[in-house]
Design a protein around this ligand. Sequence first.
Ligand code: PLP
Length: 392
Amino acid sequence: MSLKIINAKRIEGLDSNVWIEFTKLAADPSVVNLGQGLPDISPPIYVKEKLSEIAAIDSLNQYTRGFGHPSLVKALACLYEKFYQNQINPNKEILVTVGAYGSLFNAIQGLIDEGDEKPVDGKKWSSSDWTLDPQELASKFNSKTKAIILNTPHNPIGKVYTKEELQVIADLCIKYDTLCISDEVYEWLVYTGNKHLKIATFPGMWERTITIGSAGKTFSVTGWKLGWSIGPHHLIKHLQTVQQNTIYTCATPLQEALAQAFWIDIKRMDDPECYFNSLPKELEVKRDRMVHLLESLGLKPIVPDGGYFIIADVSLLDADLSDMKDSNEPYDYKFVKWMTKNKKLSAIPVSAFCNAETKLQFEKFVRFCFIKKDSTLDAAEEIIKAWTRQKS
Ligand SMILES: Cc1ncc(COP(=O)(O)O)c(C=O)c1O
């Protein structure tokens, strides 16, 4: 083997990955997997039916427009115009790509240079009530801050930022002329008492915001890997440049099926049957079930306002982790490995999402996913009940 062929510098240190490591652990069929954010509920029937009908049409099995299949960008423009004050140009202000991650990739590649200031990490809240600390956040901005990545509903604590909190963020972005990449993949998954607001609709924010969505999260079809970016043409055109020089286009049948699924729900948005309304209702019941289960074990989960994850400080369980081998690993990593091995229940360590600054605050937390069918939650309940009995 030639010694000249080695890794590129830009991937150095990126080889280990929490998803790969913990997904492998949870692959044992005897483990109940509440780790990776993967729905095991069925996607809506009409979404699956549309895809199979479309696969039978020859022309829809060939390449389509690179920046987004025409019928899909039209549907997305029609849907999102309902939330923005302005009309959205489907060809110039929307880009369809490979999942929301593809959108993040295009945005970062197209707009951020190596050596630019790192995106602001605003994850430090006053932890009693998880409100954003405006002073803490302001202290992270300076005139060189080029971009922030915003997540609302926030993953992993499931926080939905309030109007006031978003205004604080918007004011800082405007003051420091900062780009906002707003990852809103859980936009429809918001529970009673909360409302998802788009930061791009705040005065002065449209021209500096890229809003990202995901078909996987919208229609419970994560395997479709379709996502989109919406924003002003002066920003989107740079993401389009990245796309035309990398992946070029996304799967045509998936895009057409997604467009047709959107039209079904766009026409009934005030109807409880609309998937944008019915899925959060279904998930709120599952969320509450998970809250009670974790509480029955003696935990105090942080009840999420949105999204489909719930986190809890597991150090309260006082588990004996002495036989977990790698003592340098954070507590949450060791705990999840211990729980997967000994209780046959898997989750994700929250510190995997944190940088060095916020790791300490979250090292004792693990994350459970609750977009699971009742039989999966029943199996988790059995495990937790047996565990509770053992403790007492
Ligand atoms: C906050 C957030 N953004 C983006 C993604 C990626 O979405 P997609 O599968 O559409 O690439 C995920 C997936 O879990 C996510 O949780």
